[in-house]
Design a protein. Structure first.
Lengths: 280, 121
């Protein structure tokens, strides 16, 4: 890929989604934009860039920026963390709740596998302490196509075989004539999906007991990480928790959060970790 | 080192699967049909069996049922691996004693994921 073409697309990714794509990974750009280029009839990435520059089309530019974000996800990615959300964090949050209602946000949820994994755990392994609770899951992603795929809940041959046991597949999914597997109504009814750019204000999404923002920050430029984590933290209910992916941290990015005492990868409002520890 | 018996009448599938399974730190044994697999199991019971469905002489389902009737045959973790991937076939394999099921075609990620599901890796 020509350097000026790479620079234009990398700049678009940075502005549109906060993604930092190094030159060494320019192949990712070609792979992630291939479907759009094919649909629009662009023979090369240079043609696509020429189109972006020659006519102002913010909707198309946003679509390209969203397509450049990684959609890499699979069922039960880091299942231990998901199990602890169901077995430990949500029961603790329920005790503190007056309403019996809990809300979970999968931020940057791509095609929905994380949200569906959580819904499967709530169906299969609901702790007694959560019985009767209303647990709503919201999954958001910057990409319209990914959000729509998640909402439709149809997954392909390879997707359902990564992280999902065969027992859970036949229990919670139905094989369609197309060869795809469709999630059950019981799972779908637990989750709502919205397109949302994490660089934008999230006030309209509501407040959450648990926010899963896993493997989202790691691909972002530092300035974007700060903006995103501050925005996401604003949506955390008092006493709530944000979960980042393995190896991700917000130290140095924000002073609004501190590590949870008893949950590796968990972050709570600054100044509350001791209270959280004594309540555990 | 754990052993995995790969049972498939396709030499190509056995070769590809063997390479993946070796990368997962297994010693690999191979059989071209269910009857040959049963002979091998009676000599040395493997820790895991990757099992095709449609094979000559003795198919995968008949082999699995026969295996589970053997005294030592209850121990191996059996991962069925088939193009018969509708819910009816899958449930038949599970009720006959399979621990996991891979729908063909598969790749290294899927095989590793399925082995992880049953605690083999």
């Amino acid at each position: 890929m020509q350097e000026e073409v790479f620079n234009e697309l990398a700049e678009l990714a940075l502005k549109g989604s906060g993604q930092a794509i190094p030159k060494s990974k320019s192949y990712l750009i070609e792979a992630r934009l291939a479907a759009i280029a094919r649909r629009e009839g662009f023979g090369t990435m240079a043609d696509l860039v020429h189109c972006l520059k020659s006519r102002a089309n913010p909707v198309f530019a946003a679509e390209v920026a969203a397509a450049l974000v990684s959609k890499d996800t699979w069922f039960f990615r880091d299942r231990d963390a998901l199990k602890r959300v169901v077995e430990e964090i949500l029961p603790k949050r329920l005790k503190a709740s007056n309403t019996g209602r809990l809300k979970v946000w999968c931020a940057g949820g791509a095609t929905g596998q994380e949200a569906y994994s959580l819904a499967i755990l709530l169906e299969d392994e609901l702790p007694a302490s959560l019985r009767g609770a209303q647990i709503d899951i919201l999954s958001t992603d910057i990409c319209k196509v990914a959000t729509e795929k998640a909402r439709v809940a149809r997954f392909g041959h390879y997707e359902v075989q990564k992280g999902l046991s065969i027992h859970r597949l036949v229990k919670h999914f139905t094989r369609l004539e197309t060869g795809q597997w469709e999630a059950s109504e019981a799972l779908r009814s637990r989750i709502s999906f919205r397109q949302h750019n994490l660089l934008e204000r999230a006030d309209g999404l509501g407040n959450f007991d648990v926010i899963l923002c896993r493997n989202v920050l790691s691909g972002m430029a530092r300035s974007a990480r700060t903006k995103v984590i501050d925005s996401v933290a604003k949506q955390m209910m008092p006493g709530g928790m944000i979960l980042l992916g393995g190896g991700e941290s917000v130290i140095g990015l924000t002073d609004k959060l501190e590590p949870a005492r008893h949950f590796r990868g968990g972050w709570v409002a600054a100044g509350t970790a001791n209270a959280e520890a004594s309540a555990a | 080192m754990k052993t995995c018996l790969i049972v498939d009448d396709s030499r190509v599938v056995r070769k590809v699967a063997a390479r993946i399974v070796r990368d997962l730190k297994f010693d690999v044994l191979e059989a071209g049909d269910g009857a040959e697999a049963m002979r091998q199991c009676r000599q040395q019971m493997p820790d895991a069996i990757l099992l095709d469905w449609n094979m000559p002489v003795m198919n995968g389902l008949d082999f699995l049922r026969a295996l589970r009737r053997e005294e030592e045959g209850k121990h191996p973790l059996v991962v069925f691996c088939s193009i018969e991937n509708d819910a009816e076939h899958i449930n038949e394999a599970l009720s006959s004693g399979a621990d996991e099921f891979i729908m063909k075609p598969f790749d290294a990620d899927i095989l590793e994921s399925k082995f992880a599901e049953v605690g083999l890796v």
